[in-house]
Design a protein. Structure first.
Length: 70
């Protein structure tokens, strides 16, 4: 995963539609990782934590855009 500042700058440059699409994608990835973990197929369990943080960062960027437009 990119460094935090680079990742957030990339997110801030995207439109709200792109952010929502990326959020949906990250949530699907998290679901798949949880499913793999439950069936003991997941080798790198720290990936779940990384994806959860990615989702939080995307949601932060969406909130920032919403507050900036008001």
């Amino acid at each position: 995963m990119k460094k935090y500042k680079d990742f957030m700058n990339d997110l801030r440059a995207k439109s709200s539609a792109e952010l929502n699409a990326e959020l949906v994608s990250a949530k699907k990835e998290l679901f798949n990782l949880r499913f793999q973990n439950a069936t003991n197929q997941l080798d790198n369990t720290s990936r779940i934590k990384d994806v959860r943080r990615k989702i939080a960062r995307i949601q932060t960027a969406i909130t920032e855009q919403a507050n900036a437009s008001n």
